[in-house]
Structure formats: structure tokens, C-alpha cells
Design a binder for this molecule. Structure first.
Ligand code: 2AL
Length: 242
């Protein structure tokens, strides 16, 4: 089985960390290609960057389909371009926010998200609503650590402190990590805080391999039918579907 994990930003270092987490989660018999777009923002922390990341994500889906990918993971907590990717890809596509929120509610009644910049909280709130987890989500707490600084030493300490607050003040049974670059912190935060911590890359790889093994893929009945052929112009001319 071949899984493609797309880091929607163009940071090669982050893609390689995401790939390591995805391979550990996938286990034997699952080949993981961890890729990132050839164009777009270095990290995604605003709606502007999210919009500009999507063409590069779709480009990686075209390449993944050509390789015979059996399942895709969009490894950014804003789930950028998830609907478009689902229409376009020949295999199921899961976002990491979507997968993490589902996983969290399978091991607890409630969860909190610990994330990067305060300005990304609105997007996470929208996704909580979209996926139907308003009752389960207790809080979304921002560390104000930028995505590309997640390797800093202070990160584990700050995210652990936020997670403790989520458990003791907000009543969260489970912590959801709100960025694709946080997988390496999962065990340490879970040990320190004493509740399950869910990383979205790990959750999404697990769910998408299960779907692919079961032979279950995106419904083409209506909304997620392949997009219609249409002329595309300018910089996007290459995205016209044949
Ligand atoms: C992210 C993420 O997962 N990747 C990225 O570039 N931005 N998420 C976030 N909350 O900032």
C-alpha cells in the first residue's frame, strides 16, 4: 500500500519530520511518500497563506495519483484545500485536524487543541464546527510559537503548560496537537499531563490506511464528483483538467 503525506507548506525540514512520524505510524507493508509543494508559503499561519498553499497541494495530488497512491494525508492543521483535494484525488484524502478530532473523541468525551499562533485559532474553531465537535471541544489554546520555530527547546515546556491548563481548567479528557510539526512531543506531553495526546499525522495515517485496506474511497455521487472540465487561465492554466 502506498500513502502520500503532503505537508502543504514548503519547509523541507518539516516535511522530513512529518515523514518520520507518518512512517512510524504506518508500520510494515505501507510505503509512505512525504512530499511538499514546489510553490507556496514556507509555513501556513494565515488565511492568505492557506489559500496560496492549495494549488501546490493539488499539484502533489496529481503526482501522487500518477504514482498510484492509495490514500492521502494533508498534514497541516488548517486542513487546507481538503474539499478540493477530495474531489480531485483518485484515493481517499484525510486532513490531520479532521483525523485528530475524530480520534480524540474515541478515547475521551472532550478535547482541547494546543496550537501555534493566536491568529490560527479562528480557523481551528471553524474546523471544530465543520466536523461537528462543538460539544466535545473545550478550548483551543495558542502558544504563539510560529510553525517554523517548533524545534525550539521552550516548545515542549510551553505546550505542556497549555495542556495542563486545558485538562485542569477547561476539563479536557484528551489533548489534540494543533500543528503537523508537533508529533515528536506527543509522548512527553502525555507523560507530563497524564491524559492521551493525539497527533493528527499519526491519526490520519492510521485512518487512511484502514480505509484503503477496506477498499473504501471518496463518494462520487454528488459534491465530491470529479470537478468539471473548464478553461483555466494565467498562472493556473496548467491546472485545467483533461
Ligand atoms: C500549521 C501546520 O500544521 N503547518 C503549517 O504550516 N501551519 N498549523 C498551524 N496551526 O499553524
Amino acid at each position: 500500500m502506498h500513502i502520500t503525506v503532503i505537508n502543504p507548506n514548503t519547509s523541507a525540514a518539516m516535511t522530513s519530520r512529518i515523514g518520520a512520524a507518518a512512517r512510524a505510524a504506518a508500520g510494515p507493508g505501507v510505503e509512505v511518500a512525504a512530499v511538499h509543494p514546489t510553490m507556496g508559503p514556507a509555513s501556513i499561519e494565515s488565511h492568505y497563506e492557506e489559500a496560496l498553499a492549495v494549488p501546490g497541494v493539488l499539484e502533489q495530488i496529481a503526482l501522487g495519483d500518477a504514482r498510484g497512491t492509495d490514500g492521502y494525508v494533508l498534514a497541516c492543521f488548517g486542513d487546507p484545500g481538503l474539499d478540493a483535494a477530495r474531489e480531485f484525488a483518485s484515493a481517499p484524502v484525510l486532513g490531520i485536524a479532521e483525523a485528530a478530532m475524530h480520534a480524540a473523541t474515541m478515547v475521551g468525551r472532550s478535547f482541547s487543541v494546543v496550537t501555534t499562533l493566536t491568529r490560527t485559532v479562528g480557523r481551528a474553531e471553524d474546523l471544530v464546527q465543520r466536523y461537528g465537535f462543538e460539544r466535545a471541544c473545550r478550548s483551543i489554546l495558542a502558544s504563539d510559537i510560529p510553525v517554523l520555530d517548533l524545534e525550539d527547546d521552550r516548545v515542549q515546556e510551553e505546550l505542556t503548560a497549555l495542556s495542563r491548563h486545558a485538562v485542569h481548567h477547561d476539563g479536557a479528557d484528551v489533548i489534540v496537537l494543533g500543528c503537523a510539526g508537533m508529533a515528536s512531543l506527543q509522548a512527553a506531553i502525555a507523560d507530563a499531563v497524564g491524559v492521551p495526546v493525539v497527533d493528527g499525522v499519526v491519526a490520519a495515517v492510521g485512518f487512511v490506511t484502514a480505509l484503503a485496506r477496506a477498499g473504501v474511497t471518496t463518494s462520487r455521487r454528488s459534491e465530491y464528483a470529479r470537478p468539471p472540465r473548464k478553461e483555466m487561465s494565467g498562472l493556473l492554466a496548467g491546472f485545467a483538467l483533461a
